[in-house]
Design a protein around this ligand. Structure first.
Ligand SMILES: C[S@@+](CC[C@H](N)C(=O)[O-])C[C@H]1O[C@@H](n2cnc3c(N)ncnc32)[C@H](O)[C@@H]1O
Length: 278
């Protein structure tokens, strides 16, 4: 499979229900195996594993460390602060763990920004190996052993463990059977939009009532309300997600309504604030 994240069937591939799949296997290479116990054992990641949909194995990278002290890092050539992960322990670990079907991932602030499309792509692969660096990062020669470098955002964490947890959690909940398929289909980003607002009881809280459509019991109206509010939230908060999106006729109509309502609202607000200032 290519690393462009495109996994849809080609024109000559048969479509139809996907055949049952072997559980995805994920290997995590870290100097801090204890960090993974909680996040991967609880809630959805824990349930996914206990149902046999995935196997996640955490390996202590230090077992492949060098010499009596199992050294994994060293000073940076050329001088400068901080230590760098040496290539030999990573190479030795990958020599054991890598298989022909593996995708080896390096969390790295300079990598491709990890998103829902990439998560879905990775959820369809059979074997992931995630190498979690610490220190100042990795010896540059480690990158030649990597299939995919992924960043979880424009900030720097202390190590690759939390990014790996973010990736694994996102991937596991996308596995068929992990959670209600309807939930993942409607979640933010899956349909290319942010999710619509959600409400639960009580019907009124501090003077704010649940929108009447949601309690009407009218399924078609609820569906339309949700689509429109998803478009509104995306338009307000992440307009770039709408650029280049192929809108259905219904979406175009609802978006035109949203844009009109939002313009009226903005004009009203400007009028109100200038009246208050007077
Ligand atoms: C302290 S950081 C090293 C940062 C590196 N010196 C730099 O400036 O790019 C140590 C490790 O944490 C992980 N890491 C930190 N921030 C990350 C991010 N935003 N996304 C993915 N991994 C990250 C990477 O594996 C990185 O090698």
């Amino acid at each position: 499979m290519s690393d462009d994240g495109q996994t849809g069937p080609s024109a000559d591939e048969p479509s139809g229900p996907e055949p049952p799949r072997a559980p995805i296997e994920i290997e995590i290479l870290t100097l801090f195996p204890g960090m993974f116990a909680g996040p991967l054992a609880e809630s959805i990641p824990g349930r996914v594993q206990s149902r046999g949909l995935a196997t996640v194995r955490v390996h202590d990278l230090r077992q492949w460390g060098l010499g009596r002290h199992k050294t994994v890092d060293d000073y940076t050539y050329g001088g400068g602060a901080g230590m760098v992960l040496r290539p030999e322990p990573a190479a030795a670990a990958l020599a054991v763990l890598r298989r022909p079907d593996s995708t080896v991932i390096l969390p790295d602030p300079g990598g491709e920004v990890f998103g829902q499309a990439r998560a879905l792509d990775l959820s369809k692969r059979s074997h992931l190996v995630i190498l979690c660096p610490r220190y100042e990062g990795v010896d540059e020669r480690i990158r030649a052993m990597i299939d995919l470098e992924l960043s979880i955002g424009d900030y720097v964490l202390s190590g690759g463990e939390i990014p790996a947890m973010v990736m694994v959690d996102t991937i596991l909940r996308l596995l068929p059977g992990a959670i209600d398929a309807e939930s993942t289909a409607e979640e933010s980003f899956t349909a290319g939009l942010l999710e619509y607002p959600q409400y639960t009881r009580p019907p009124e809280f501090e003077g704010v009532a649940v929108p009447a459509t949601l309690t009407s019991g009218h399924h078609e109206e609820v569906r339309k309300w949700r689509l429109k509010e998803a478009l509104r939230r995306t338009w307000r908060r992440r307009p770039e997600l709408l650029e280049g999106r192929q809108l259905s006729r219904e979406e175009s109509k609802l978006l035109a309504e949203v844009s009109h309502e939002e313009n009226v609202r903005a004009t009203d607000e400007t009028t109100r604030s200038s009246e208050t200032a007077d």
